[in-house]
Design a binder for this molecule. Sequence first.
Ligand code: SF4
Length: 243
Amino acid sequence: MLQPSLAPATARLNAPAARNGDLRRYYHRLLAEFGPQGWWPAETQLEVILGAILTQNTTWRNAALAIGRLREAGMIDLARLRAVKPDRLQSLIRHAGFFRQKARTIQTFLRWLEDAHDGSLDRMFSQPAERLRSDLLQLTGLGPETVDAILLYAGGKPFFVSDSYTRRILGRHGLLAPDASYDEAQEAIHGSLDRDAGVYNEFHALLVEVGKRYCRRQEARCGGCPLESFLRAGGPRGGRAAA
Ligand code: SF4
């Protein structure tokens, strides 16, 4: 089993909580409750990259429908994707919503991959991780959450995906400032857990599970939540608890 360990917390993470090892305890509690999540649900690096783009602003279910259509069409393939006409690509990924924009993002990424790395994902992922992250963030349509999902789940690089589930859960527990940005949340987590891609992979997937089952955007269903015993007196911060 992966054993995350704590490093000094940053200013944005609640310092006393971090010293008590909260994030490590959260991780082990969730792993014991839900078991390994086996993310990312994809067969190849390219499929992870496409999934990371397609799941922007929609549910994973819709993104998976689009991935399924790409698979059926034999399009989880760099050469075939490069050759496909834009309107055909848009049609294949329609289920994911924002399909014109996402088709453009996929084609922008493919052009950049060709120009910068001879069309090779192996070459791309052999770049220094920080430089690669910075290069990907320059591409239109790729924000930090998408880029970090690509780096972590396709490339095995240690960048935590500090998405809205993470910020909501850790914010309600007083471990993050309620208005923490994506970068601030990531910095806090990187400063509190070892930079280990395996731990980040699992912890992110486990937090998403908590967010879907219990820690909803509109309402925190704390009764029965595996993290309930870690809540401080007064209940969740800034979120309405279910009656
Ligand atoms: S539902 Fe309640 S106990 Fe569970 S993560 Fe959210 S705030 Fe914490």
